[in-house]
Write a protein that binds this ligand. Structure first.
Ligand SMILES: C[S@@+](CC[C@H](N)C(=O)[O-])C[C@H]1O[C@@H](n2cnc3c(N)ncnc32)[C@H](O)[C@@H]1O
Length: 357
C-alpha cells in the first residue's frame, strides 16, 4: 500500500530538484552573458536597459529576466522594472568576493556533457580521470576549477593559512623549496610565488591541459620563481630537498594516496612541512549525511572525485568524503610521518592539516 502523502512530498521534492537544474542553466547564462554584472549596482532597470548594457537581444533577455524573478533571484517592481539587489549582486556578480557563487555554475554545459561518459564507469569500474575529463581539448573544466578556487588561494591561503603553520612563513621569506602536488592550473603556486619571491615553487600535475593553463597563468602573473612538471614523467624526487609540500583538494582524488604520502615523505626535508587541504569527511555515511554539503559532496564525488580515484585498475576510490581525519592520520603515519595536526581554520567543506616527518 503506497503512502500517498509521502509520495506527494517526494514528487514535490523531485520537481524542486528539476526546477533547480533548470535555474542552474539560467544562472550559467546570466553569468556567462554578463547579465548579472550588467545589472549590479544599477537599481531597477527595464529589459531594454539590461539588454543594452549587456549588448544582447531584448526579447531573450526579457524572458530570462522573467525566469530570474520567478525563481526568486531578481526583484520585480511594477511597470516592468527588474532589480538585482545588492545582496544578489554579492552572490552573483562580485567575482572577487569569497561569497560570490556564480563560479559554481561556470562550465556547466561541459560538466553536464560529462554525464554521457559516466555510465561506462558504472559498468566497468574504471573512472574518468581529470586528464580524461579534459579530452577533446576543452579547457573549460580547468578554468572552472581555477575560478572556483582562485579567491581562496589569494585571500585565505597566503595571508591566513600559511601563518598558522609552524615556522613556514619565515622559511618562505628566507628562501625555501616548495612543491604543490596535483597543482591544477597553478593558481596556488602563483599566489605563493608572488608573495615569497625568495622561494622556488614547483607544480606537479598529471592533467596536460591543466599544466598548459598553469604555465599561461605564470606568464600572465609575471612570476619567474614558479615552474611545472608532468608528474607522469617522474614525480617528486626522493632526496628530502623540499621545505614545504602542499596538496590542495587532491589527495582523495588520487588512485594511490598511500603511495603519494610515501613519496611526499621521501621528498621532504626532516624539518619540512606538508600542508594538506582535503574534504572534511566524517566517520560514517550517517555522519556525512549531517554535513551541510552532503549532497554537493556525494554528487561531486560521482562526477569527479570518485571518477579520478578509480581511474586506474585498483584505484583507491576514496570519494569526496573518503579521508576523514582519523583515516588521514593513519594514512600519513603509515607513510612515516610522526607529527599530525588539524589546523583550526573554518571552511564549509575542507579540513586543513599540518603534517611533519
Ligand atoms: C580537484 S583537482 C584540484 C586541483 C588544484 N590543487 C586546485 O586546487 O585547483 C585535483 C587535481 O589532482 C590531480 N591529480 C590526481 N592524481 C594526481 C597524481 N597522482 N599526481 C599529480 N596530480 C594528480 C588531477 O589531475 C587534478 O588536477
Amino acid at each position: 500500500m503506497l503512502d500517498e502523502a509521502k509520495l506527494k512530498t517526494l514528487a514535490r521534492k523531485v520537481n524542486g530538484i528539476y526546477e533547480g537544474a533548470l535555474v542552474a542553466g539560467m544562472i550559467y547564462l546570466g553569468d556567462e552573458l554578463g547579465l548579472y554584472r550588467a545589472m549590479h549596482g544599477q537599481g531597477p532597470l527595464r529589459s531594454e536597459e539590461v539588454a543594452a548594457r549587456a549588448g544582447l537581444h531584448e526579447r531573450f533577455v526579457r524572458e530570462w529576466l522573467y525566469t530570474q524573478v520567478a525563481s526568486g533571484i531578481l526583484d520585480h517592481h511594477s511597470e516592468g522594472l527588474f532589480e538585482l539587489s545588492p545582496e544578489a549582486g554579492v552572490v552573483l556578480a562580485e567575482e572577487d568576493d569569497l561569497r560570490c557563487m556564480a563560479r559554481l555554475f561556470d562550465g556547466l554545459p561541459q560538466r553536464t556533457a560529462l554525464l554521457a561518459e559516466l555510465p561506462r564507469s558504472f559498468r566497468t569500474g574504471i573512472g574518468v580521470s581529470w586528464a580524461d575529463a579534459e579530452r577533446g581539448g576543452t579547457p573549460e573544466r580547468v578554468h572552472y576549477m581555477e575560478r572556483m578556487l582562485r579567491p581562496w588561494y589569494e585571500q585565505v591561503l597566503v595571508p591566513r593559512l600559511l601563518p598558522l603553520l609552524d615556522g613556514v612563513v619565515a622559511r618562505l621569506e628566507a628562501g625555501a623549496k616548495v612543491a604543490d602536488v596535483g597543482c591544477g592550473s597553478g593558481v596556488a603556486l602563483v599566489a605563493m610565488g608572488k608573495a615569497f619571491p625568495q622561494s622556488t615553487f614547483h607544480g606537479f600535475e598529471i592533467a596536460p591541459l591543466a599544466l598548459d593553463r598553469a604555465r599561461e597563468n605564470t606568464i600572465q602573473a609575471g612570476v619567474s620563481n614558479v615552474s611545472f612538471f608532468n608528474a607522469r614523467d617522474g614525480g617528486l624526487p626522493d632526496d628530502g630537498s623540499y621545505d614545504l609540500i602542499t596538496t590542495f583538494d587532491c589527495l582523495h582524488d588520487m588512485t594511490r594516496p598511500d603511495t603519494m604520502a610515501k613519496a611526499i615523505h621521501d621528498a621532504l626535508s626532516p624539518e619540512g612541512s606538508w600542508l594538506i587541504v582535503d574534504p572534511a569527511g566524517r566517520g560514517s555515511f550517517e555522519e556525512n549525511l549531517a554535513h551541510p554539503l552532503a549532497v554537493t559532496g556525494y554528487a561531486s564525488s560521482v562526477m569527479g572525485c570518485l571518477q579520478s580515484g578509480m581511474s586506474e585498475q585498483g584505484g583507491a576510490g576514496c570519494g569526496c568524503f573518503g579521508l576523514p581525519e582519523p583515516v588521514m592520520q593513519s594514512l600519513v603515519e603509515s607513510a612515516g610521518f610522526t607529527r599530525f595536526r588539524r589546523i583550526d581554520l573554518p571552511h564549509p567543506m575542507n579540513n586543513y592539516y599540518e603534517v611533519r616527518p
